[in-house]
Design a protein around this ligand. Structure first.
Ligand SMILES: O=C(O)C(=O)C[C@]1(C(=O)O)C=C[C@@H](O)C=C1
Length: 279
């Protein structure tokens, strides 16, 4: 099986893919969009992409592509603790520019403000691509924020360890494919959920309340609700929701029917399991 992952070799997403698919062919993709496109056109079977970080919130491009790409489903979710480290080329001592993925720069915002206020921060494709850039430019005063595996992989020297602003730092990654089937892993399963994208017909008073009540009176627990712009004008949103619990239940089928009867468009993204990985 061919599995794509977001980022250069040694990205956080690569570490998730290595733990999730131990015996499969893993293929690096520079962007999250490239991962979705490769699943969509059948070039690869599945892809691993980040969805949400506990400090910085949702990876909005992933949410947008889940909405935009018809037929792409979520097979599993993997949660991994994330640590960030500031690294330089071993021949270097000074830093003029710090590269990393925007999520990683944001997760280390206070550290960077305190220690490297005057240094240029440059957003880059992934944490591992930033580490690679530092390794390939020993003559430049570059540093990267990346994980310890990337420091080893690209032979860089760690100057500051664990620089994320909050000790508790986890990222949720999802496995996407065109299959309508959940992935069973022999890992530490922590939850079971269903993801849906709901689009309301038009903005009206009590619209969201109406949608939430469909789940509320059936005692269906929502573990996430996030609105994201539809890009059709200010004030137009879709909602990404996670519903806890038993997908087979008749309540679930009735809830979807009720939503559709009030003209809410329901996109089913998958019923799947969540696993806890090691970093
Ligand atoms: O750049 C990487 O290493 C990634 O896998 C991406 C990513 C993200 O987008 O959230 C993954 C985990 C961390 O939260 C920081 C960056």
């Amino acid at each position: 099986m061919k599995i794509a992952y977001f980022g250069s070799e040694a990205s956080n997403t690569h570490i998730v893919a290595l733990q999730t698919f131990e015996n499969e062919e893993l293929i690096s993709k520079a962007t999250i969009l490239d991962c979705f496109k490769a699943v969509d056109n059948g070039e690869i079977d599945k892809a691993v992409v980040p969805l949400e970080n506990s400090i910085e919130g949702t990876v909005s491009t992933t949410l947008d592509f889940l909405y935009e790409f018809d037929g792409i489903k979520i097979e599993a979710e993997a949660v991994m603790p994330i640590t960030h480290h500031l690294m330089i080329h071993p021949e270097n001592t000074e830093i003029e520019k710090i590269y990393s993925h925007p999520q990683a720069l944001a997760q280390c915002y206070h550290f960077l403000d305190k220690e490297y206020k005057e240094v240029v921060k440059q957003e880059f494709g992934s944490t591992a691509a930033a580490a690679k850039r530092v390794a390939e430019n020993p003559e430049k005063k570059y540093a990267a924020i990346a994980n310890l595996y990337a420091a080893k992989f690209y032979h860089l020297k760690v100057l500051h360890s664990n620089i994320q602003d909050f000790e508790q730092n986890h990222t949720k990654f999802i496995v996407i494919s065109k299959k309508d089937k959940s992935l069973k892993l022999s890992k530490n399963k922590v939850a079971e959920k269903t993801s849906l994208i709901l689009t309301m017909p038009e903005d009206h008073a009590g619209g969201l309340h109406q949608v939430l009540s469909v789940f509320a009176w059936r005692k269906m627990n929502l573990t996430k609700i996030e609105s994201r712009t539809l890009k059709t004008g200010l004030g137009n949103y879709f909602f990404f929701i996670n519903v806890d619990g038993n997908w087979e239940s008749v309540l679930y089928k009735n809830a979807i029917e009720e939503l559709e009867s009030i003209d809410v468009r329901v996109k089913f993204l998958g019923h799947y399991e969540e696993y806890l990985l090691e970093s």
